[in-house]
Design a protein. Structure first.
Length: 196
């Protein structure tokens, strides 16, 4: 019997080639930053600011863009699963992130603010998004569910009342039928028998 043909094979996570993940993880564990030396102190200040707001942040800066932007997210995931917390990976024109505590929606919003051309400003903007006031999505979702449930209940009650009213009106004899006199034949001149 021939081997089955696989219709779909998911791609494995792919980090940019030539990177030493263990070295990056060691840098993040030591200082919170894996970046060119001229950026380290400024990025460590950003990491410290995040920490003051309860965010365990690690920042990785690459000097070149990878072939695929998804590789930065894969790199952030590879580092984050070993080190934990929130990882931001920046390259000149791309960004990726991972977090075991911050929602993907918030991460994506933060990423949108990192495209500044300057890794320090981009990382600072990212932290601003993480520590700033957040949209209460859970509360909004709950309110929408309550509203939809209330509308459905009101609609159901209205339908039940309409159905009951229709049933009652169909079962009672019509008032007009009871009040209308029986038809009386008329003569050829159009006068009814009572008029004569």
């Amino acid at each position: 019997m021939p081997d089955p043909i696989l219709a779909f094979v998911p791609l494995a996570a792919e980090v940019p080639p030539g990177l030493d993940i263990d070295s990056i993880v060691a840098d993040i564990a030591e200082s919170g930053v894996s970046a060119p030396s001229e950026l380290r102190s400024d990025l460590q200040a950003v990491v410290q600011r995040a920490e003051e707001h309860g965010v365990d942040l690690g920042i990785v800066v690459m000097e070149k863009d990878p072939v695929h932007d998804s590789q930065l997210r894969d790199l952030a995931t590879a580092v984050g699963t070993q080190d934990g917390g929130t990882i931001l990976v920046l390259s000149p024109g791309q960004v990726g992130s991972f977090s075991d505590t911050v929602s993907r929606v918030t991460l994506e919003a933060g990423q949108d603010r990192t495209y500044t051309g300057n890794p320090v400003i981009g990382a600072d903007n990212f932290v601003d998004t993480l520590v700033g006031p957040q949209t209460p999505w859970g509360l909004i979702t709950g309110l929408i569910l309550v509203l939809v449930t209330a509308v459905a209940a009101v609609t159901a009650v209205a339908k039940i009342r309409r159905h009951k009213a229709r049933s009652i009106s169909m079962s009672e004899p019509r008032e007009t039928e009871r009040l209308t006199p029986a038809f009386e034949p008329s003569n050829s001149s159009g006068e009814s028998a009572t008029e004569r």
